[in-house]
Design a protein around this ligand. Structure first.
Ligand code: FAD
Length: 287
């Protein structure tokens, strides 16, 4: 089923969705059923599966294989991420055929980060996600989601322009949006006001990731430009040497973010559970 239809039919409660990644190690990939069983107990409306932007065809196929298992073996709606920065029209057409043949109805269309090592930028055929969205809409009947950035995309200094590029993705056919993580809901509410002003009418689902470790947080700040509010910095400082308490505090903080977003009437909450079922379990109940 198309997620855009699910979002129309919700019962007033935000739809919970989860995000996971295909494990690199074959053994972990083959044992992913244990994770999916636990995630199913959370009753997510859908689970999305990440995809490496510069990854090999074999690794990208794992995204489709996992999204297909989620849908066909576990009966949960799934969404395969699809990046285009290293793709050709032919490779996208092949992936779309495989996605549809696997019974998957939804994709998250992304540009992907430009790979750092040994990547020839003169060979790029798709510079922006909106070009991929147009291609998917022309070539398939899939429901297409796209990314939105409450604090603006890290490469774009102007928030207004960043939101205009989100509008461009809606105009290209995006059916709904999932946001980058953020640690202060004020950024999301400000983004929603600008989006409203720019006539973005497709549903926008906020994405929440709890603070888990200090290195994960510093990695996030530099890769996606998310701001750290002082309340979170104080928790990092307090539990610097106690990883268990840091994780507990991170989940509690994210839970409060989710409860506040739910009270503000968001259409859904996307939990970046990243293959940790305990995170999905503890945060889904905050919706
Ligand atoms: P775009 O929307 O194309 O934007 C890319 C940059 O170009 C931005 O700075 C934007 O402001 C600018 N821009 C857009 N249009 C124009 C234009 N017309 N003219 C000038 N500038 C323009 N990455 C992965 O590799 N794999 C994943 O599975 C993955 N999953 C993600 C899931 C979510 C929910 C989110 C929010 C991000 C995810 N990413 C993933 C990261 C994403 O690939 C990066 O943030 C990437 O740098 C941008 O992708 P995009 O689709 O938003 O690109």
């Amino acid at each position: 089923m198309k997620i855009s239809d699910k979002l129309k039919n919700n019962n007033g409660k935000p739809a919970v969705s989860l995000e996971i990644f295909p494990p690199k190690k074959q053994e972990a990939f083959l044992n992913i059923g244990d994770l999916l069983k636990r995630l199913k107990s959370v009753s997510p409306e859908f689970i999305s599966v990440t995809c490496g932007a510069g990854g090999s065809a074999a690794h990208r196929n794992k995204t489709i294989e996992l999204a297909s298992r989620i849908k066909n073996e576990f009966g949960i709606e799934s969404m395969a991420h699809l990046t285009c920065i290293a793709s050709t029209p032919e490779s996208i057409e092949a992936e779309l055929k495989e996605i549809e043949a696997s019974g998957i109805d939804n994709v998250l269309a992304l540009r992907g980060d430009i790979p750092k090592d040994g990547f020839d930028i003169s060979k790029i055929e798709y510079n922006y996600a909106y070009e991929l969205i147009e291609k998917i809409k022309n070539e398939s009947g899939l429901c297409v989601a796209a990314a939105a950035y409450p604090e603006g995309h890290i490469d774009c200094e102007d928030l207004e322009a960043s939101v205009e590029y989100v509008k461009l993705k809606q105009d290209a056919g995006a059916d709904f949006f999932v946001t980058q993580l953020f640690f202060s809901n004020e950024y999301f509410y400000r983004f929603m006001e600008i989006a409203d002003r720019k006539n973005i009418t497709a549903p926008i689902i906020p994405g929440i990731m709890p603070m888990m470790t200090k290195s994960q947080i510093s990695n996030m700040i530099f890769t996606c430009g998310a701001s750290l509010p002082s309340a979170l910095i104080k928790l990092l400082n307090k539990y610097e040497n106690n990883p268990d308490n840091l994780l507990k505090a991170g989940i509690e903080y994210a839970g409060k973010q989710i409860s506040d977003l739910s009270r503000h009437g968001v259409r859904g909450i996307h939990i970046y559970s990243m293959n940790k079922p305990e995170i999905a379990e503890q945060l889904a109940v905050c919706v």
